[in-house]
Every structure is written in structure tokens, then in C-alpha cells.
Design a protein around this ligand. Structure first.
Ligand SMILES: [Zn+2]
Length: 238
């Protein structure tokens, strides 16, 4: 009787697993297509979740009803397999949360960046139009660099030397535009996704729209497209 019940449970869970895997495979594609279309990180995380869900359920459903788990040694292997399978998503999740939270700290350390008040780069009237609470850091390198990470704008000495003050302001506003739109989270999510999903690795969407939108934000606050356009040209020609 016990064998019968165990066999029944085994078959049922296998069927459920097959059904779950099929549904997840379809959803994996659906979320991926939605993410490519709208570039919202939530679709990317939904895609990654359904990609790994069958593996998680499989790990949890591994039990002693399986024939190979009858001896003590096999039980040991079973537990180890479960731990390893469960460890992958846990490690990925931890890496995502800590990676994003600590990204500005890591960049500061990597480039030995020093804090700079954004009001020295953006005139007060324009600063007032953008959200506060954004930190500025200066990178000690001759290369013209500027980027946003979480809630911080990084700009290099090389960039400030290459551009006029108005163009520098345009670039800083462009980066603030990225922060306001959450592009930094979108970019970070793509970088993480590349390691976890082959679809993301080979068919990640282009972020060209994000660039255009950040430029537009900058132009809107400055009231002209002139400075962001000349700044972009100078950086490209560098
Ligand atoms: Zn940009």
C-alpha cells in the first residue's frame, strides 16, 4: 500500500512538474517579449523568475519516494542536490540586491571618486527643476566620462575640461534624467540578466530610447537642445 501511494505521488508530481515547466516556458517567452517591447525591469525579473521556477519546484519536490533516495548515501546526495539548486537563485537574488545598493560605493572606490556639489555644475534655477537628493561625484580621469548609478551622478575631470560650463550642465542634467527615469536600474538589470538568461544575453533590447529621453529631459530644463547636442558631438569626436 505504501509503495502504491508513493508511486502515485511520484507520478502526480512528475505530471505537475511537466505542466508547470510547459507553462513557465511559455511565460518565459511572453515576459521576454514584453520586456523587449517596453524595457521595464519588472518584465525582465518576471522572465527570470519563471525561467528558474521549474528548477526550484523540482528541488523542493525531490523526495524520498524517488528510488535513488532509499539508501543513506543517496539521501545525502539528494539533500546536497537540493541545497545546490536552491542556492543558485538565492545567490543571484542576494547579488542583485547588494550589487545595486552598493554600486555607487563600488564606483567611488574603483575610480577614487570625490564628492562634488552638483550646484557648482548646474545653475540653481535648473537645479530646482530637477529632483533633489541626487549626489554628485567627480572622477579623477582625463577620459570624458559621465554616468549615473542609482542616485548618484559621476562626471570625470576630462569631461569638465572638454566641455563648456553650459555643456557640462547639459550632461549632468542628462544623467539626472537617467536617474529620474530609472535607467540605471534598467541597465543594471540587463547586466545581471545576461548572466542568468541566454535570451537576455543575445537579445537584450537597445537602450537608445533611454538616451533620447535623457537628452530630452536635459534640453527641456535648459530650454534649448544646443548644449546637449554640442556636448554629445564633442564626446563622440574625442
Ligand atoms: Zn545616457
Amino acid at each position: 500500500m505504501q509503495e502504491f501511494v508513493e508511486a502515485l505521488l511520484g507520478v502526480a508530481s512528475q505530471d505537475t512538474l511537466i505542466l508547470l515547466t510547459s507553462v513557465c516556458m511559455v511565460l518565459t517567452l511572453v515576459f521576454f517579449i514584453a520586456w523587449r517591447r517596453w524595457v521595464l525591469p519588472s518584465f525582465l525579473y518576471a522572465h527570470l523568475t519563471v525561467l528558474f521556477l521549474p528548477l526550484l519546484v523540482f528541488a523542493v519536490s525531490l523526495n524520498c519516494t524517488l528510488p535513488f533516495a532509499t539508501s543513506l548515501l543517496s539521501l545525502c546526495t539528494l539533500v546536497l542536490t537540493q541545497v545546490i539548486i536552491l542556492l543558485i537563485p538565492t545567490a543571484a537574488l542576494t547579488a542583485i540586491i547588494f550589487g545595486y545598493a552598493l554600486m555607487p560605493v563600488w564606483i567611488r572606490w574603483h575610480y577614487s571618486a570625490k564628492p562634488i556639489s552638483l550646484s557648482t555644475l548646474v545653475k540653481p534655477a535648473n537645479r530646482a527643476k530637477s529632483r533633489d537628493g541626487i549626489k554628485g561625484f567627480i572622477l579623477d580621469t582625463g577620459a570624458p566620462l559621465a554616468f549615473a548609478a542609482r542616485n548618484a551622478v559621476f562626471i570625470s575631470v576630462g569631461m569638465i575640461e572638454l566641455l563648456t560650463p553650459k555643456e557640462t550642465e547639459a550632461v549632468v542634467l542628462h544623467e539626472i534624467g537617467h536617474i529620474k527615469r530609472g535607467s540605471s536600474w534598467a541597465k543594471f538589470s540587463i547586466a545581471v540578466g545576461r548572466y542568468l538568461s541566454p535570451l537576455v544575453r543575445y537579445w537584450a533590447p537597445s537602450l537608445i530610447d533611454e538616451e533620447a529621453a535623457a537628452d530630452e529631459y536635459s534640453a527641456q530644463i535648459q530650454g534649448t537642445w544646443k548644449h546637449i547636442t554640442t556636448a554629445r558631438r564633442k564626446v563622440e569626436e574625442f
